[in-house]
Design a protein around this ligand. Structure first.
Ligand code: IPM
Ligand code: MG
Length: 370
């Protein structure tokens, strides 16, 4: 029965390792509900290649309807080699862009935080990445990804590929506001990344971000060209707190930032701004290891933590889940992707069980203290 306080959550396992990493997280949500820690109604939908196989479309209208009727969507991963040759409109990636747009999820938050237990995983020197904790705030529903005109046309017998980078003042204002607001709960620094020495869209971006910044006098703002930012990220990433940037630059810089931690299997993301938030690991569908019980479910758990925090306001549960992941890492338990000499290597299923176990232990301890 649905009560007024029941929150609807939609799970979209998708493709590749998606269903495997979603499984333990779905089980945890079910247990949270049956133990009455959280009143949630969990539903599941189709997306990506899995949806294409069953319905002929990577983002079926039923999935969109379910998502719009939910408070939050937890998405695992989409894509796989079987779908790479499909026409553009049927590719699994289109489903990702489509659901972001339909949900109005214009602000993509991609934290890159170094887990101290994994400091050897990075390809950078330990002293360069020590204490790394930055957040890329990427504009997600505008810019060159969505601008028109776009397409491949023939002009005087020559084929030309066209895309358009465009940002309106309101689009820049609202993403800037998200960045300044989250910065206040962090180290109060925002670096706005653009290419204002070449692009008019960036000139406007810089002007508007500067103006919005005046509403946040406690937050220090600086600006950086994107080429310099790409360089500074590997030179001295500790200088960054919040990076705010457009869709394409954010796509590139967030991959770079995630690699600084050396463990993409650990990083989650949130896409917010609309009524329904969308939460997903940063990693992809990893078709090469799908179905082999080798995937790392940590980022999926951490995506649930972001969902609990941002969409449900359950900050305590979110922190407990994050601490559960860290506890398991601290015990030297690792999936293959983050294994080190001496660590105990486990599969996706066991990693999921251990994180879940640590979560309940921490929660019971916390409850006992009260
Ligand atoms: C990401 C991905 C997507 C993007 C692709 C798969 C469409 O790279 O989420 O960063 O470019 O936004
Ligand atoms: Mg990307």
């Amino acid at each position: 029965m649905t009560t007024a306080t029941t929150r609807k959550i939609l799970l979209l396992p998708g493709d590749g390792i998606g269903p495997e990493v979603m499984k333990p997280v779905a089980d945890l949500l079910g247990a949270l509900s049956s133990r009455k820690v959280l009143t949630v109604e969990v539903r599941e939908g189709l997306i990506g290649g899995a949806a294409y196989d069953r319905t002929g479309h990577p983002l079926p209208p039923e999935t969109v309807a379910l998502a719009l009727d939910s408070e939050a969507v937890l998405l695992a991963a989409v894509g796989g080699p079987r779908y790479d040759t499909l026409p553009y409109e049927h590719r699994p990636e289109r489903a990702l862009l489509g659901i972001r747009e339909k949900l109005g999820a214009f602000a993509n938050l991609r934290p890159a935080r170094l887990f101290p237990q994994l400091s050897n995983a990075s390809t950078l020197k330990p002293e360069v990445i020590a204490g790394l904790d930055l957040l890329v705030v990427r504009e997600l529903t505008g810019g060159i990804y969505f601008g028109s005109p776009r397409g491949i046309v023939t002009e005087n017998g020559v084929r030309v590929g066209i895309n358009t980078e465009r940002y309106s003042e309101p689009e820049i204002e609202r993403i800037a506001r998200v960045a300044f607001t989250v910065a206040k709960s962090r180290r109060s620094r925002v670096t706005s990344v653009d290419k204002a020495n070449v692009l008019e869209s960036s000139v406007l971006w810089r002007e508007v971000v500067t103006r919005v910044g005046r509403e946040f006098p406690g937050v220090v703002l600086d600006h950086m060209y994107v080429d310099n930012a790409a360089m500074q990220l590997v030179r001295n990433p500790g200088q960054f707190d919040v990076i705010v940037t457009g869709n394409l630059f954010g796509d590139i810089l967030s991959d770079e930032a995630s690699q600084l931690t050396g463990s993409i299997g650990m990083l989650a993301s949130a896409s917010v701004g609309g009524r329904t938030g969308l939460y997903e690991p940063i990693h992809g569908s990893a078709p090469d290891i799908a179905g082999k019980d080798l995937a790392n479910p940590s980022a999926m758990f951490l995506s649930l933590a972001m969902l609990l925090d941002h969409s449900l306001g359950e900050t305590g549960l979110a922190r407990t889940l994050e601490r559960a992941v860290e506890t398991v890492l601290g015990e030297g338990v690792r999936t293959r992707d983050i294994a080190e000499p001496g660590s105990r290597v486990v599969g996706c299923r066991e990693m999921g069980e251990r994180i879940t176990g640590a979560f309940w232990t921490l929660l019971d301890k916390g409850a006992a203290k009260q």
